[in-house]
Design a protein around this ligand. Structure first.
Ligand code: RTP
Ligand code: MG
Length: 155
């Protein structure tokens, strides 16, 4: 394994308003739980326009940006912070391509969505953005540092 693949990272994952409204919160959280990553933060949250704009600052100027801000602020989202080795790129793979019609079956978007503008879930695209977005969406006391109990087969 290359060094970067062994790096413990954190990433920000969010069930977007369409995912919450369609009742897909449990299904989406399960994908990351089942994979085995460590959940550090979790909340249902209605975000402001200012926060949505800060989150998607890199996309300011894109033709879809105003609609994107409208979409993300249209209802509550579920915010998550996940930790693990290589978690940033692994979560992106589990989520699938931005356009759900191009996302592979087995990925969240490939299984559960059709439109880029209703693609049910967000995941940070780099370790730097993972740090930035976890700090942006969570207060320090909303994050839990913990170690899961050792499983019997590890003894
Ligand atoms: P996300 O940040 O939400 O995880 O999505 P992503 O990395 O796969 O895609 P990104 O380029 O960061 O775009 C953010 C969100 O903007 C909407 N979008 N619409 N109509 C379009 O061509 C278009 N392109 C992007 C999507 O909701 C996308 O997830
Ligand atoms: Mg992105």
């Amino acid at each position: 394994l290359v060094a970067s693949m062994e790096e413990v990272q954190e990433t920000y994952v969010m069930v977007k308003p369409d995912g919450v409204q369609r009742g897909l919160v449990g299904e989406i959280i399960s994908r990351f739980e089942n994979k085995g990553f460590l959940l550090k933060g979790l909340k249902l949250f209605k975000c402001s326009k200012e926060l949505a704009e800060e989150h998607y600052q890199e996309l300011k100027g894109k033709h879809f940006y105003p609609k994107l801000i409208e979409y993300i602020t249209s209802g509550p989202v579920v915010c998550m912070a996940w930790e693990g080795i290589g978690v940033v790129s692994s979560v992106r793979k589990l989520i699938g391509a931005t356009n759900p019609l191009q996302a592979e079956p087995g990925t969240i978007r490939g299984d559960l969505a059709i439109y880029p503008g209703r693609n049910v879930v967000h995941g940070s695209d780099s370790p730097e953005n993972g740090h930035r977005e976890v700090a942006l969406w969570f207060k320090a006391d909303e994050l839990c540092e913990w170690v899961p109990a050792q499983l019997p087969w590890l003894r």
